[in-house]
Design a protein around this ligand. Structure first.
Ligand SMILES: NC(=O)c1ccc[n+]([C@@H]2O[C@H](COP(=O)([O-])OP(=O)(O)OC[C@H]3O[C@@H](n4cnc5c(N)ncnc54)[C@H](O)[C@@H]3O)[C@@H](O)[C@H]2O)c1
Length: 284
C-alpha cells in the first residue's frame, strides 16, 4: 500500500545554508514531507554527509552564496536532476561584523552584506529565472527579528536583514503576476551553531539552549525544527494566499518589546520615558 503523500510531495527545493542549523532542519523536514532537495552550502563535510544520510531525497552542491556562478549552478543542478524548481530557500548566513559603528571596517561591512543580502538577491534572481517560465514556485528567505527592529543584532547584520524583508516585498510585487509567492521568515534566537558563536559558547549547545530559554517570553528555546515548520508552511499550498509576508517566529519577543524583562519586573511608581527614568504619576 502506498504511504501517505507528504505536504510538499515531489516538490524540488534548493536550500542554501542547508548543511547546519535552520537549513539542516529544513532539509530534513522537506525531505520527510516528500521533497527532493539540493543542499547548497559552503561546508563540504557536513553537507555531503547529510545528503548521504538522506539518500535519494537530497544531493549536496558546494556553494558560496556570494558567487553568482555558484548560486546559478546549484539551481541549475536541481533543474538538471529533477526538471524544475518549486521551492527556493535563501537561508545561508553568518553573524558578520560586530562592534561600534565608528570602528566597523568597510571590508567587514561588505563581507557581511555580501553573504546576508547579495546572497539572497542571487538566490531570488536565479530562482525567478527558472520559475517565471514555469509560472509557479515559492521563494522563502531567512531574515531575523533583527530585520524587524533595531537593537537585536550587530549593525551590518541588522541592516542586511531589514534588506531581506524589503527585497521580499519588492519581488513579491513583481512575481505575483507569474503565480510565484515570495515570503520571508524572521526567526528569533534559535539553538544553532551561529547563535552559539554569537554568544561565545560555541561548544556548549546545552548552555546556549538554557540562555535562549531564559530570554524567551514563552520560557523555552526555539530549535531549527521550529523554523523549519514555518518554512514548510510557506513552501506548501497551505500558504497559497500569502506573499510579501514576513513570518516572525520568536516566542513573541518582538511583540513584547526589545527588553521586556526589566520592565515586567519593575515595580509600579517608576516610568521609563525616552530613555529617562522618571516618577510615575499613577499610584501603585
Ligand atoms: N540562530 C539564530 O538565532 C538565528 C536567528 C535569526 C536568524 N537566523 C538566520 O538563520 C539563517 C541560518 O543560520 P543558523 O542559525 O542556522 O546558523 P548555522 O551556522 O547553523 O548555519 C548557517 C549555514 O550557512 C552556511 N553559510 C555561511 N556562509 C555561507 C556562504 N557564503 N555560502 C553558502 N553557505 C554559507 C554555513 O556553512 C552554515 O551551514 C541565517 O541566515 C541566520 O542569519 C538565525
Amino acid at each position: 500500500m502506498a504511504g501517505r503523500a507528504g505536504r510538499i510531495q515531489d516538490a524540488v527545493a534548493v536550500v542554501t545554508g542547508g548543511a547546519s542549523g535552520i537549513g539542516e532542519g529544513t532539509v530534513r523536514r522537506f525531505v520527510a514531507e516528500g521533497a527532493r532537495v539540493v543542499i547548497a552550502d559552503l561546508q563540504q563535510g557536513p553537507g555531503a554527509a547529510l545528503a548521504d544520510e538522506l539518500g535519494d531525497g537530497a544531493i549536496f552542491v558546494q556553494t558560496d552564496v556570494t558567487s553568482e556562478q555558484d548560486v546559478a549552478g546549484a539551481i541549475d543542478r536541481a533543474v538538471e536532476e529533477h526538471g524544475r524548481l518549486d521551492i527556493m530557500f535563501n537561508n545561508a548566513g553568518i553573524v558578520g561584523a560586530v562592534g561600534p559603528i565608528a570602528q566597523t571596517s568597510v571590508d567587514d561591512w561588505d563581507r557581511t552584506v555580501a553573504i546576508l543580502l547579495r546572497g539572497v538577491f542571487l538566490g531570488v534572481k536565479h530562482a525567478a529565472r527558472v520559475m517565471v517560465p514555469q509560472r509557479s514556485g515559492v521563494i522563502i528567505s531567512t531574515s531575523s527579528t533583527a530585520g524587524v527592529v533595531g537593537g537585536l543584532g550587530p549593525h551590518a547584520y541588522t541592516a542586511a536583514k531589514h534588506g531581506v524583508i524589503g527585497l521580499t516585498k519588492s519581488v513579491a510585487n513583481e512575481l505575483a503576476q507569474h503565480r510565484i509567492r515570495v515570503n520571508a521568515i524572521a526567526p528569533g534566537n534559535t539553538v544553532t551553531a551561529m547563535a552559539a558563536a554569537a554568544s561565545g559558547s560555541l561548544d556548549d549547545m546545552d548552555k546556549m539552549s538554557e540562555m535562549i530559554a531564559e530570554g524567551s517570553p514563552l520560557g523555552y528555546a526555539g530549535f531549527p525544527e521550529d523554523i523549519a515548520n514555518a518554512a514548510l508552511f510557506l513552501a506548501s499550498d497551505e500558504s497559497r494566499y500569502m506573499s510579501g509576508h514576513t513570518m516572525v517566529v520568536d516566542a513573541g519577543q518582538t511583540a513584547s518589546g526589545l527588553v521586556p524583562t526589566p520592565f515586567h519586573r519593575a515595580r509600579n511608581g517608576v516610568l521609563y520615558e525616552a530613555g529617562r527614568r522618571t516618577r510615575s504619576t499613577s499610584s501603585d
